[in-house]
Design a protein around this ligand. Structure first.
Ligand code: NAI
Ligand code: MG
Length: 354
C-alpha cells in the first residue's frame, strides 16, 4: 500500500504532520509513504504548482493525503502558476469525480454551530457531490444582447456521468444509514430530469437503500430546519458546492471537517482517492502552532476507510477525535488553548485506549 503525502503550504504541513503521527501509531503493515511538493512550495522549488513528478507519485499511489495550498505571495502570478492550480489539476488529472463531505455534530460543541444546539446535535450527513461536470464545465461565454453584454454557461449531465456518481453515493449510503436523498431541480431543469431518472434506475442495484428526491431549494431549507432527517445526499456539482458548505456551517469550525475526492480506479483494498481538510492554508495563523489538526486527522480516517479498506482503524481514529473534543481539548478556533501539537498528542494517547 502506497500513500502519497502532499502537505502543501501554510498550515498544510502543520496539520498533515499530526495526521501522519496518528497513521504511524496505527502501525499498518506493508505501508509506504512518499512525499511530494504541491502549491507555492512546489512553484518555488520547481517553477510549477503541480510538478510532473508529484502527479506521477499520485498516479502510482493507492491514495493521496493532501494538506492545503495557497500563499498570498503568489497573488500576482498568472492563473496557471497559482498554488490553487495544484488541487484543481490533481482533481482533473486523476479523474476524481466524487467529492464526499461528511458533516456530523460533535458532542459538546453544539454551541459552535450556526443552529440551535438541539438541532445541531442531530446532524450526521454525508454530502456526495459530483465534481467533474455540470455548469462549471459546460460551454460558456459572453455575447451581445439587447440588454448589453450577456454571460452564459451551459448546464448538462449525461447518463454515464450520473450513473457513476450515483453508484458511489449508493455504496456510501450502504455503509451508513442506508438512506439516500437525491437533490435536483427536476421541476424546471432538463439536466435534473435525466439526473433523477438515472438515479432511480441505479437504485435497482441497491434494494436495501431507501431513495428519496428533494428539490434543491427545499433541501437548503431542510438542512437548517431539520438536518437530522438526512443520512446521505447525492447531488450535482453546483448544488453540491452550496449544500456541502451549508452543511459544514451547521457543524462549527472549518478546522473539524474532512473530505474525500474519489476516482474510478480500484486499489487492492478500495477506491483510489485524495483526502484533504475542507479548509485552506490559513496564512493568518500559519507557523504559530495554532491550527486545528482534526480535519486532517479525520481526512486520514476517510483514507483508511475508502482507499485502504481499514474500516476498524478509521473508526478508532474517529472515536479518538470525538473523545478528545468531548474532554474539551481544542484550540483557539473552538475557544480553547491547546496547540496543534498538543491536540495531536491527545489524539495519539486516546487512540492507545481504544
Ligand atoms: P482558509 O480555510 O485557509 O481560512 C479561513 C479562516 O479559517 C482563517 O481565519 C483561518 O485561520 C481559519 N482556519 C482554517 N483552517 C483552520 C484550522 N485548521 N484551524 C484553525 N483555524 C483555521 O481560507 P482562506 O483564508 O479563504 O484561504 C487561504 C488560502 O487557502 C487561499 O490561498 C485559498 O485559495 C487557499 N485555499 C485552499 C484550499 C485547498 O487547498 N483545498 C481550500 C480553500 C482555500
Ligand atoms: Mg465551496
Amino acid at each position: 500500500m502506497k500513500i502519497a503525502v502532499f502537505a502543501g503550504d501554510g498550515i498544510g504541513p502543520e496539520v498533515t504532520a499530526q495526521a501522519l503521527r496518528v497513521l504511524d501509531e496505527l502501525s499498518l503493515p506493508g505501508l509506504t509513504l512518499f512525499e511530494g511538493d504541491v502549491g507555492a512550495v512546489a512553484y518555488r522549488r520547481h517553477g510549477q504548482p503541480l510538478p510532473d513528478e508529484t502527479l506521477e507519485m499520485a498516479r502510482a499511489a493507492d491514495a493521496v493525503l493532501f494538506g492545503a495550498v495557497g500563499d498570498f505571495s503568489c497573488d500576482d502570478l498568472p492563473r496557471h502558476l497559482r498554488p490553487e492550480q495544484a488541487i484543481l489539476g490533481l482533481r482533473s488529472e486523476l479523474g476524481l469525480f466524487a467529492n464526499l463531505r461528511p458533516a456530523a455534530g460533535f458532542p459538546g460543541l453544539e454551541h459552535l454551530s450556526s443552529l440551535k444546539p438541539e438541532i445541531a446535535r442531530s446532524i450526521d450527513v454525508l454530502v456526495v457531490r459530483e465534481l467533474n461536470g455540470d455548469v462549471y464545465f459546460g460551454d460558456k461565454g459572453e455575447r451581445a444582447s439587447a440588454g448589453g453584454r450577456e454571460g452564459w454557461d451551459a448546464m448538462s449531465y449525461n447518463e454515464a456521468e450520473v450513473r457513476r456518481i450515483a453508484h458511489t453515493a449508493f455504496r456510501a449510503a450502504m455503509g451508513r444509514g442506508k438512506r439516500l436523498t437525491s437533490v435536483d431541480k427536476a421541476n424546471v431543469l432538463e439536466t435534473s430530469r435525466i439526473w433523477r431518472e438515472t438515479v432511480i434506475d441505479v437504485a435497482k442495484d441497491y434494494p436495501e437503500v431507501t431513495l428519496d428526491h428533494m428539490y434543491v431549494d427545499n433541501a437548503a431549507m431542510q438542512m437548517v430546519k431539520a438536518p437530522g432527517q438526512f443520512d446521505t445526499i447525492v447531488t450535482g456539482n453546483l448544488f453540491g458546492d452550496i449544500l456541502s458548505d451549508q452543511a459544514s456551517a451547521c457543524v462549527g469550525s472549518i478546522g473539524l471537517l474532512a473530505s474525500a475526492s474519489l476516482g474510478e480506479r480500484q486499489t487492492e483494498h478500495g477506491t483510489f482517492g485524495l483526502y484533504e481538510p475542507i479548509h485552506g492554508s490559513a496564512p493568518d495563523i500559519a507557523g504559530q502552532d495554532k491550527a486545528n489538526p482534526v480535519a486532517a486527522v479525520l481526512s486520514l480516517a476517510m483514507l483508511l476507510r475508502h482507499s485502504l479498506g481499514r474500516e476498524d482503524e478509521a473508526v478508532r481514529v474517529e472515536r479518538a477525535v470525538e473523545g478528545i473534543l468531548a474532554e474539551g481539548i481544542f484550540g483557539g478556533d473552538l475557544g480553547g488553548n491547546a496547540t496543534t501539537g498538543e491536540i495531536g498528542d491527545a489524539i495519539v494517547s486516546k487512540l492507545l485506549t481504544i
